[in-house]
Ligand binder design. Sequence first.
Ligand code: PNS
Length: 167
Amino acid sequence: MRIAIYPGSFDPVTLGHLNIIERAASTVDQLIVGVLENQTKSPLFTADERVEMIEQVTKEMPNVSAKTFNGLTIDFARQCGAQLIVRGLRAITDFEYELQMAQTNRILAPEVDTVFFTTELKYAYLSSSTVKEVAHFGGDIECFLSPLVAERVYKKLANKNSSGGKS
Ligand code: PNS
């Protein structure tokens, strides 16, 4: 059984992530999307909300599931029985950080390999942070996200604004 994890923040999951999920899932028996909980960044969505959105947008993909995780990615990989860690590469600017992470993970867990999927050109510019910034300033985010995820972002920002940013 070939199992891969795809770890990340996914705050929220974008069409770029979804494209990587589809392509990675077609190469393995099981793909587990890992949503990191213990982040220093303050996320827009809770980890459970992010998992829920990933589950909704991947519901037609039978071998994809999503879970939250804490701590090291390699520990999550081991818990899942995964042999592979999937990451997307958008541009050369991602490469140094990704290489460092992959090499560190390889030292910590030599039985686990990292595989990179190059992001589809049409999503090469896309990041969750950019999407949140566009939405924050009232821009249209529907070309970057699945409709249900876009809806959740608009709702979350509206709630945040109505509670004076306390959420
Ligand atoms: O989507 P992101 O924010 O680029 O994902 C980064 C992530 C979650 C893959 C990375 O921060 C991570 O693996 N964090 C868990 C802690 C860890 O294992 N660190 C050692 C790798 S250098």
